[in-house]
Design a protein around this ligand. Structure first.
Ligand code: DGY
Length: 322
């Protein structure tokens, strides 16, 4: 594969697009940034040696059926539940992702959500911009303290650990965590307590931050029953994947004050967001900004290029997931 044909599914940060076109002659950038959709993704798999999709593309099993030219799928993003990796592997395609380089940025987003929802920052901003602020008063828009409260982490992988460290060392939060995986996370947090069930975290935490991968095994992990386990004063933060929460159940829990609030960066069926959620003041809603800094998005793109370079040189890419 001397001169691979490469299709990029969306706009990438300029330094990465420049590097890609400097290294390779046959790069098809998506300069208008319109999502390719199933037909054009399928065409890319038929016509290009390399396809570089991202987390907002959908690549289900049927896209990988039949004769394909693509041998390498370099996902721009750490989450890859939008790709049927088993079907890709069966079609002889190597798949990679972009872990590590976005850990701190995504953890910062989770903390942003946590602070915003605790301190009613979204509500406050809307009040100021809407010209409804009448001035300081002792009972105005009282939120909840963060410092010293219990932080519950669901999914203690790299990002979960980074959020736990921010909460503990930055805000003096005791940490309790749940992870079904059979490993001992290297967190370095004094007193961090691992519990055996999701319910145990939900029952004791003042803030629950979700860091599980998306996909079938975790779909609606946080459902009506799970929400009912949380304290009525507790907040839920999701910077993982939208389908981890049953959004209808969450809307109901927020309306009925089963829980105090939610800070969300990701949604089931995004970018569509249920109107019921938009109407709630006790929800902070961000547009999937988890890794969205220039530095991190550039590092993610460069990591895709490193993986591609390894693949083309006949080496096993360091971020191979299939
Ligand atoms: C990812 O990489 O999976 C993130 O969701 C992007 O922000």
């Amino acid at each position: 594969m001397d001169e691979p044909v490469i299709v990029v599914s969306r706009r990438w940060p300029a330094p990465v697009e420049e590097e890609l076109t400097r290294r390779f002659r046959h790069v098809r950038l998506n300069t208008d940034d319109v999502p390719l959709g199933a037909d054009r993704l399928r065409a890319a798999l038929e016509q290009a040696d390399v396809v570089l999709p991202t987390v907002s593309d959908r690549l289900p099993a049927e896209l990988f059926e039949g004769e394909l030219r693509t041998r390498f799928l370099g996902n721009f993003g750490v989450g890859y539940n939008h790709i049927d990796t088993a079907a890709a592997a069966k079609a002889g395609i190597v798949v990679t992702n972009t872990p590590r380089v976005l850990t701190d940025t995504t953890a910062d987003t989770a903390m942003t959500l946590l602070l915003m929802i605790a301190r009613r920052a979204g509500e406050g901003e809307r009040e100021v911009r809407g010209g409804r602020w009448t001035g300081w008063r002792p009972t105005h828009m009282m939120g909840a303290d963060v410092t010293g409260k219990t932080l519950g982490i669901v999914g203690m992988g790299r990002i979960g650990v980074a959020v736990a460290r921010r909460g503990h060392f930055g805000f003096g939060m005791p940490v309790v965590f749940y992870d079904p995986a059979d490993f001992e996370p290297d967190h370095g947090i004094p007193g961090a307590r691992r519990v055996g069930t999701l319910a145990e975290v939900l029952a004791v935490a003042d803030f629950v931050s979700l860091h599980m991968p998306g996909g079938a095994e975790n779909t609606h992990l946080i459902d009506a029953a799970a929400l009912a386990t949380m304290k009525p004063t507790a907040f839920l933060v999701n910077s993982a994947r939208g389908d981890v929460i049953d959004s209808a159940a969450l809307i109901e829990a927020l309306r009925s004050r089963t829980i105090a609030g939610a800070g969300l960066d990701v949604y089931e069926g995004e970018p569509e967001i249920p109107q019921g959620l938009v109407e709630l003041d006790n929800a902070v809603l961000l547009p999937h900004l988890g890794s969205a800094t220039l530095e991190t998005r550039t590092a993610m793109g460069m990591l895709v290029l490193d993986n591609l370079q390894d693949f083309l040189a006949g080496r096993d890419p360091s971020c191979r997931v299939a």
